[in-house]
Design a protein around this ligand. Sequence first.
Ligand SMILES: NC(=O)c1ccc[n+]([C@@H]2O[C@H](COP(=O)([O-])OP(=O)(O)OC[C@H]3O[C@@H](n4cnc5c(N)ncnc54)[C@H](OP(=O)(O)O)[C@@H]3O)[C@@H](O)[C@H]2O)c1
Length: 290
Amino acid sequence: MQDENVSDTTTMKDKVVMVTGANSGIGKAASLALAKMGATVIMVARNKERGEAARFDIIGKSRNNSVDLLLADLSSLESVRQLAVDFRRKYSKLHVLINNAGLFNQRRRVTVDGYENTFATNYLAPFLLTNLQLDLLKASAPTRIINVSSVGHYNGHINFEDLNLENDYGGWKAYGQSKLALVLFTHELAKKLQGTGVTVNAVHPGTVATNIWTRPFGPVGFIMALPKLFMTSPEKGAETIVYLASSPDAKGLNGEYVEKLKVKKSSDESYNEEIAQRLWDVSAKLTRIS
Ligand SMILES: NC(=O)c1ccc[n+]([C@@H]2O[C@H](COP(=O)([O-])OP(=O)(O)OC[C@H]3O[C@@H](n4cnc5c(N)ncnc54)[C@H](OP(=O)(O)O)[C@@H]3O)[C@@H](O)[C@H]2O)c1
């Protein structure tokens, strides 16, 4: 299904787009839509088989051969750094970065770097990857960054005293914190990017029928089969992302939270500049960027 709000004639020819979590769900649907518009799409996945299967599917459906795959486990900072290196070995421009990969962990898990997995994958990875790609994005301007957040950020809070939620873990608490962190990052980065020709916005894609709802339940994931029937399709969920990535109408948007193609107010905490600055400083330390 093609996005009705993005004109069929919108072209992304000569644009290089990087999409994380591109083998599944919303990221795959966004990759396909942008490939159909003629973009060179660099898909990022952690599993080669799943990544290649999605890449072949997208090439077949879009008839666009300029769809590439890079592998990275975004829960690992070293893997994120290697991803940026691998990208630069092949590409000298980047016009759109879509930080889409994300997950929900019912139980607390810790990454190879010792961080809580939801925070590391959903937030620290986009923070680091974006910072590593910033010079390329600036050199390729006008360019756009899209952070896939969630309505779950409204219930989020940044627990500076226990960012890794060692003392009181909850799946939704971790998810909300990570998605709020992404919105705070979006606001802070938008300020820093003023006048550079690079914009950054956050998105809530809607409640979308994807693996994110079934994977946390493991073998009993089938219990979500019925609720998933009432959720929107990945194609519909990708609409706002594709709009922000490609539409001339979205050119001037910077530092916004967007849902169903409309700018919306994000949570009160997301506008707290002190928290945003503190989070940036902590994140820079955790990811060891200057
Ligand atoms: N579905 C919704 O209702 C909804 C609502 C609000 C926000 N979102 C957000 O939308 C984004 C896309 O999610 P989705 O719903 O499309 O779910 P999905 O189908 O599960 O897609 C998530 C993608 O992220 C990838 N990923 C997870 N952990 C990774 C890691 N450590 N390294 C590399 N890739 C990793 C997954 O790879 P694998 O396939 O290998 O696991 C998959 O490609 C997420 O950020 C999610 O939080 C979704």
